[in-house]
Design a protein. Structure first.
Length: 286
């Protein structure tokens, strides 16, 4: 858990903003999506949620940017944009309070979700058989924190691979996240489900193996949170079912040491596309 209190939060913010080249806000663009990089993000979300830090003050300390750091993809600018997104989602709930418990886009409430307990339990307990998803859920339960990229991966998996209502995942995150802000959490979940403001299109479905390869290239993140797979190297550690020789060499048996995948991603994707299309296409458009 982060150290409590305003003084500790302010010291953490000072270190982040003043980070040397490649560190802190300066290096945010290059490091923010590396799941195993503990210093790649500010870790100030809990302090912001609890009111220990002012988002206005943090932004004011970075802006205006020096000319050489004012580019659209600079770390400082990208980090400021994340603070802005946080405020944006608070504004959304203020102006559209219905979005707290229903889809911002009402048509998405017609989706027929899978209401079985078993797949949801596997997701929340970190035993889906997809290592990147399971690692993230274990991080959540062990630390009360989850990397933002991991939040997107796990949310996409729940809503798009398992076709489970985003509200179930939203509630679970709020139960465990130290930085569990109602507006930001809601906005993130509805973005992944496709039902929110400026959301990703419903047909954009994260492939968890591809995401793992992109943002945990050497498998360090999975290796930390799923030690039973630590003998595997990438790419086998991200899709162990596809590498039987690597499993045999490591003495790992799926179904015994680690679960087999609870869904086939390609089949799950087709099911989701059908379910979303059925809900969002009016009879006159078919």
């Amino acid at each position: 858990l982060p150290l409590p209190g305003e003084r500790a939060a302010r010291e953490a913010a000072d270190r982040w903003i003043a980070g040397a080249r490649g560190e802190g806000a300066n290096g945010y663009a290059a490091r923010r999506n590396t799941l195993a990089d503990e210093q790649g993000t500010s870790r100030l979300s809990a302090a912001l949620h609890l009111g220990l830090l002012s988002p206005r003050e943090l932004v004011a300390r970075l802006l205006p940017l020096r000319p050489e750091r004012a580019g659209e993809r600079s770390g400082e600018r990208l980090w400021v944009s994340q603070i802005a997104w946080r405020d944006f989602y608070a504004q959304v709930l203020w102006h559209a309070p219905h979005a707290a418990r229903s889809s911002w886009k009402p048509a998405y409430d017609a989706i027929r979700w899978d209401e079985r307990d078993e797949p949801f339990d596997a997701w929340r307990e970190g035993r889906t058989g997809y290592p990147i998803v399971d690692a993230a859920m274990r991080q959540l339960h062990a630390s009360g924190f989850m990397h933002n990229r991991a939040r997107m991966i796990t949310a996409s998996f729940l809503t798009k691979d398992l076709l489970i209502d985003w509200r179930e995942g939203e509630t679970h995150f709020l139960r465990h996240l130290v930085d569990g802000d109602v507006a930001a959490n809601n906005g993130g979940w509805q973005w992944c489900a496709g039902s929110g403001t400026d959301a990703q299109p419903y047909f954009r479905i994260f492939n968890p193996v591809t995401q793992a390869g992109n943002f945990d290239a050497d498998g360090a993140y999975v290796r930390r949170w799923i030690p039973e797979l630590s003998a595997l190297s990438a790419p086998a550690i991200h899709a162990p079912w596809a590498h039987p020789k690597a499993l045999a060499a490591a003495g790992i048996a799926l179904g015994r040491d680690y679960p087999e995948p609870i869904v086939d991603h390609a089949e799950a994707r087709r099911r989701t596309l059908d379910a979303y299309a059925a809900a969002l296409t009016s009879p006159g458009d078919r």
